[in-house]
Design a protein around this ligand. Structure first.
Ligand code: S3P
Length: 178
């Protein structure tokens, strides 16, 4: 049996991709253009836990963070009009992959290493980039995750150096949304 194509008018639109690919900025603007609610998974987790993501990593490790992230995603995916910016690693757990693929219209914001590095090189807030060589870390994460992003996405849109407005227009055109 073939799965029906996602209907972005009746399903949440989930943006996936690496940190620094612009999920939050694009998601916020896309939601505004479509007059739909927007939610950023990381900000929502921070709001619910009352501490920054960094503190969740410090107290509970990456595993604890991933557990909270999965629980949050499971709860959110039932909101059909949501535009959701996921965290870059939300695609790692098989249960999240299944939820996203089955219940959302999944859009991969695709950027290359150099563009991601330009956007992330001054970042001090992301726990996974606290490494001796953060660029090599991004490269390693991108290499591992790229096939996962590709296989989960119903659509992919380049986000390298394009302005967020341009990315929003590309998504709306691709999904035939107004
Ligand atoms: C992560 C990305 C972050 C945040 C956490 C882990 C990742 O979200 O969820 O620091 O594993 O790539 P953004 O993609 O919004 O930066």
């Amino acid at each position: 049996m073939t799965t029906p194509p996602p209907d972005p008018n009746r399903q949440p639109i989930a943006l996936i991709g690496m940190m620094g690919s612009g999920k939050s900025t694009v998601g916020k603007r896309l939601a505004r253009a479509l007059n739909r609610p927007f939610l950023d998974a990381d900000s929502e987790l921070e709001r619910r836990c009352g501490v920054p993501i960094q503190t969740i990593f410090e107290l509970e490790g990456e595993e604890g963070f991933r557990q909270r992230e999965s629980e949050l995603l499971r709860g959110l995916i039932g909101s059909p009009d949501l535009v959701l910016a996921t965290g870059g690693g939300a695609v790692l757990r098989p249960e999240n992959q299944a939820h996203l693929r089955q219940h959302c219209c999944v859009i991969y914001l695709q950027a290359n290493l150099q563009d991601l590095w330009m956007r992330l090189r001054h970042d001090r807030s992301r726990p996974l980039l606290k490494a001796a060589d953060p660029k090599a870390r991004i490269a390693e994460l991108l290499r591992f995750r790229e096939p996962i992003y590709q296989s989960l996405a119903h659509y992919a849109v380049p986000t390298g150096r394009q302005a967020p407005e341009r990315v929003v227009q590309d998504i709306m055109r691709m999904l035939d949304l107004r």
